[in-house]
Design a binder for this molecule. Sequence first.
Ligand code: SF4
Length: 396
Amino acid sequence: MIAAPVPEWAASKSLSDGIAIYVHIPFCPSKCGYCDFNSYGVSKDGSPGLEENLVARTVQATVADLEQSPFAGVPAKTIFFGGGTPTSLEVDDLTKILETLLKVHPPIEGAEITSEANPGTADASKFSAMRKAGFNRISLGAQSFSSTDLVRLGRIHGADQISAAVECARKAGFDNLNLDLMFGLPHQNLQGWKENLEQALALKPEHLSLYCLTIEPRTAFKRLYDSGKLHLPSDGVQVQMYDAAREFAEQNGYKQYEISNYAKSGYECKHNLEYWMANPYAGYGPGAVGCLPTTAGPCRTTRLLHPRRYCEAIESGGNPCAELEFLTDETVFMERIMLGLRLNQGISMQLLPPSQSVRNGVDRLLERGWATLQNNQLSLTRLGQDFCSEATLLLV
Ligand code: SF4
């Protein structure tokens, strides 16, 4: 049993405009080789290490987690079901969680309600039931349109299932759709990446998330990489792929608004913008993170990672939070810079402390041509985006 103290949350009046709500569904049909998310492979015939009824218990526990929320009544500005693979749940379970959430956090008018979906786990009837339940945005984990890439990545779906899933989502009434694609994949070349972009464009998504593959510790890819068996494109080719993505998006009417995200006008992901602008958010489900105001400053909560431990805590009437972290002013400032510089709109100088070291950092960014300062708003140039981490370090 965990012993995280319960903080004194700030009056919910300060949250009356609404907050972003994240729900974590930690199950996937199988584990992809590159993935370090809090996700657990559950095949239909049961998975080693996960007891048979753990998915059902987790659904119940997530519903209870919502129902006992100290923030009940705070409106939802945006809702995002991520994972894991939310669509790996039976649709009744998925919609039951959403129905509970909508009662606990009444959505503001026009709230964006997203679910991530894996093309191998969603069909017409599931999308249709999700749309009826209130989801209005789908974020589809396509990753690549090359069958070879998909097999190498350990994805459960084929390229043809991506277009089938898009078609089903459209028929179900989803008019706001994101495709996730990755570049810098093993054996991928620039031409292969450009072909992926073309295939994505043909499906006319409103939004594109284009990320470079990163090799995370404790993944199958990390072990392959360390043993020299993972052949990745060079850093130079990865930069060319990133440049190609930006150019492609621009030429086809997608505006870059974050370092890895592009949208048709008006279709920027409102939920992720709440994170990038360091606004408060709540998280439910195993491993979900929230960051909300307390009387002692912003507090970050992380729920127990493993679904079994999370269920045990909730079933025994305990606290599902594994960690509480009260953010210092320094941490708040650092995170604001790290997140704000990712956005094309940049960060307001008013949000930065007026210290000499920050002024020096800004001067160096301007000298190097990595940033511009207009109307008191500091934002990275295209060149600066290639050095985003280094640029951030100059300011913190
Ligand atoms: S589907 Fe997504 S969350 Fe699940 S294992 Fe693959 S990358 Fe991870």
